[in-house]
Design a binder for this molecule. Structure first.
Ligand SMILES: C[S@@+](CC[C@H](N)C(=O)[O-])C[C@H]1O[C@@H](n2cnc3c(N)ncnc32)[C@H](O)[C@@H]1O
Length: 240
């Protein structure tokens, strides 16, 4: 089977948050290396494209939801933003904090669930998330939370992997992502489960046009998106 069957082998919605948090906790020490290997380093360019789509002004207060090891925080610091990261996996945030401390950088990090963000309404001038949304147990609730913490007129940018639509490339992507990546991930992380969850979660996630529609339903306006990397990555933007 080269293309995972949507939903097959995935945790139930009720079990998903615990499963995802444990899984990222177990691979936190290898996460950055695996990202660079899987994407041949392209993930950095995708995050830069997401930050450009947000276009934050210096001094603005920007939230990175599902910050993980905090790659967005570094890019926001380069733009002189006041960046805050939140995630429900402490090992992921701690791995990123250690790396940033070694480079003499720091950013505020808060433990938090994207389904119930620990921030007041209308707190942020902008918000980002990278490779978060396919992991949440309730996409509509997460989108509504993202919108809730934004100031009126502020934008959210969502970066996510999407399964490509073009028939032949779709199969090739399935072989790479569904077969090779889990093998390499298992060899590097020692976790047999983590990198086989990854292609299954992408296969089960909504398409880019569907995500745009769900953002509109959550109350975002001016929703746009673009795809990168032959349709395997999408950047969505919406305004509160
Ligand atoms: C694939 S990693 C992405 C990390 C980082 N954003 C990046 O670009 O590399 C997904 C992150 O989202 C976090 N996450 C997943 N579901 C979450 C939720 N409901 N609330 C908070 N964090 C969540 C995971 O713990 C993990 O650190």
């Amino acid at each position: 089977m080269s293309v995972p069957v949507p939903g097959l082998g995935l945790p139930t919605p009720a079990a998903k948050s615990g499963y995802v948090s444990r899984m990222f906790g177990s691979i936190a020490g290898h996460y950055d290396l695996m990202n660079r290997l899987m994407t041949a380093g392209m993930d950095r360019g995708w995050r830069r494209a997401a930050v450009r789509a947000l276009a934050p002004v210096p001094g603005s207060l920007i939230l990175d939801v599902g910050t993980g090891t905090g790659d967005f925080l570094d890019l926001l610091a380069e733009r002189d933003c006041r960046a805050v990261g939140t995630d429900f996996s402490l090992p992921m945030m701690l791995a990123g904090r250690a790396r940033r401390a070694a480079d003499g950088r720091a950013a505020p990090l808060l433990a938090g669930d994207a389904l119930a963000l620990p921030f007041a309404d209308q707190s942020f001038d902008g918000l980002l998330n990278g490779f978060l949304l396919r992991n949440v147990a309730d996409l509509d609730r997460a989108l509504s939370e993202l919108r809730r913490v934004l100031k009126p007129g502020a934008a959210a940018v969502c970066l996510e992997i999407t399964w490509p639509r073009a028939p032949i490339f779709r199969q090739a992507f399935g072989l790479y992502f569904g077969r090779l990546v889990p093998l390499v991930g298992r060899a590097i992380s020692g976790d047999p489960e983590a990198y086989s969850y990854l292609p299954r979660s992408v296969a089960a996630f909504v398409t880019a046009p569907e995500l745009a529609e769900r953002m509109r339903t959550a109350g975002f306006r001016e929703v746009t998106y673009r795809t990168l990397a032959l349709g395997t990555v999408a950047i969505h933007r919406g305004v509160r």
